[in-house]
Design a protein around this ligand. Structure first.
Ligand code: PLP
Length: 450
């Protein structure tokens, strides 16, 4: 009999949280012996190489036997050096073998450090007025006060709003609910051109960076930007001397079918923030990768990067990350992500044909999702009081599938979505099982809310 919980605070007051006792491949098992497909890849989009790959804890154990912690102001560690070399050899476009890596702990640390670096770079480069970070509505970049300030989740922002630094947000690249009520490609990518406008409004001399997710995760349930979007963003950033930060916390490490999400647009960012799939959740670790030309300015000024946490570049975590990345490469998991992602979208489109409550199906590789609507023609969302994405999550869980419920499809307020991101190791049969349960769960939700 499991001891009742008295002291541990969980994400919700109104549900039971079964205890996980074992994980393997795409499955997690609870203390009642129930098996679930980890369809959200952890919470969420973390589990890249799947659960229970023994080489990872083995490498971490071997490192821990030597040491895990040491006075990091005076020494370094070999796994950190090796991991940095590996990451730079895999960086996209002109960043490949032409960048340097800063290793920290969480995705939020990475996005925070990415904007810190952008700001410090401009100060050190003799343009100290450049400080603004422009971001997008319906975006999520993490959860400390600074980062949540440039994230764009309207509902979540409300309570902490007075504590945020004021920063401009532009509309997302979200064709299904286009802010400009246009259709792609006739729209001429007004959503990208909005960055030009925002930079002019702030004055380019005040803008340090623009940050965006190539495929929007928790805030939009797997929405990739349309073709041409990031090419235009890159051109606008270049023309205005603004650094482009690609937030690859979710989209890195093969998740969308390429090593980096931004590679779908053939664009090289200036800074990448990444985490999650880099260690597949076996241990916390994150990184920023920035072009040599950025670090060079700090180096020439003999000015250390003004960031850092006590547990940065933890040797045990770095040893684990190296194994995870090599596993991902040797099993060509990015290719599996493309193939299984295609299967997922085809399967979901069939589900959509049978279920009028599904208004849109979207995604790239194994980062995909769908949106509920009360009326497909008008795209009217369900009332938030019905908590439709939460109903779906609970129904799927009863059938042994973990999904990630999201809200805020309509301007960050109402609008239920579901984000899916199973391990990149998922087989065709396992994907069929996942899709069967989703179809069943969607049917049950429709019955409940009709
Ligand atoms: C795009 C993106 N950036 C940053 C973060 C923050 O990462 P973490 O939760 O590890 O702090 C997340 C988390 O979901 C994310 O999806």
């Amino acid at each position: 009999m499991t001891k009742p919980n008295v002291h541990a605070v969980h994400r919700d007051w109104d549900r039971d949280f079964p205890i996980i006792v074992r994980t393997e491949g795409i499955y997690v098992f609870d203390d009642h012996g129930r098996r679930y497909i980890d369809g959200s890849g952890g919470s969420s989009v973390v589990t890249s190489i799947g659960h229970g790959v023994e080489e990872v804890p083995r490498a971490m154990y071997e490192q821990a036997q030597k040491f895990s912690f040491y006075p990091a102001h005076a020494f370094t560690n070999q796994p950190f050096l090796d991991l940095s070399d590996l990451i730079v050899s895999l960086a996209p476009g002109e960043m490949r073998n032409n960048s340097r890596v800063w290793i920290t702990c969480t995705g939020t640390d990475a996005t925070d450090d990415a904007v810190r670096l952008a700001r410090q770079y401009w100060v050190e480069a003799g343009q100290p007025s450049k400080y603004q970070v422009i971001s997008r509505w319906q975006a999520f970049h993490g959860n400390n006060i600074a980062v949540a300030g440039f994230s764009g989740l309207a509902a979540r922002r409300r309570i902490f709003q007075p504590m945020y630094v004021d920063s401009p947000h532009i509309p997302p690249a979200f064709c299904y609910r286009c802010y400009f009520e246009k259709s792609y490609p006739e729209c001429g990518l007004l959503c990208a051109r909005a960055l030009d406008t925002a930079i002019r409004q702030q004055g380019p001399e005040n803008v340090a960076a623009f940050i965006a997710e190539p495929v929007v995760g928790a805030a939009l349930g797997g929405v990739p930007a349309p073709d041409g979007y990031f090419q235009m963003i890159r051109e606008i950033c270049d023309r205005n001397d603004v650094l482009f930060i690609s937030d690859e916390v979710m989209t890195g490490w093969g998740r969308t079918g390429k090593m980096w999400g931004i590679e779908h647009w053939g664009v090289t960012p200036d800074i990448i923030a990444t985490a999650k799939g880099m260690t597949a959740g076996y241990t916390p670790l994150s990184a920023i990768i920035a072009r040599d030309s950025i670090w060079a300015v700090l180096e020439e000024n003999r000015s250390p990067f003004k960031a850092g946490h006590t547990l940065n570049a933890n040797a045990v975590s770095c040893a684990g990350a190296i194994v995870v990345i090599n596993y991902m490469l040797s099993h060509d998991l990015a290719a599996n992500s493309t193939a299984r992602g295609q299967q997922a979208l085809e399967g979901l489109r069939k589900t959509m044909a049978a279920h009028p409550s599904i208004g849109d199906v979207r995604g790239r590789g194994l980062m995909f999702g769908f949106e509920f609507v009360r009326d497909r023609a008008t795209k009217e969302p369900y009332p938030p009081t019905l908590k439709v994405s939460s109903l779906l999550e609970k129904a799927a869980l009863r059938h042994g599938l973990v999904t990630y419920p999201c809200t805020g499809a309509v301007d960050g307020g109402p609008g239920d979505m579901v984000l899916m991101a199973p391990p990149l190791t998922i087989t065709a049969q396992e994907m069929d099982d996942l899709l069967t349960i989703l179809d069943l769960a969607i049917g049950e939700v429709e019955e409940t809310v009709s």
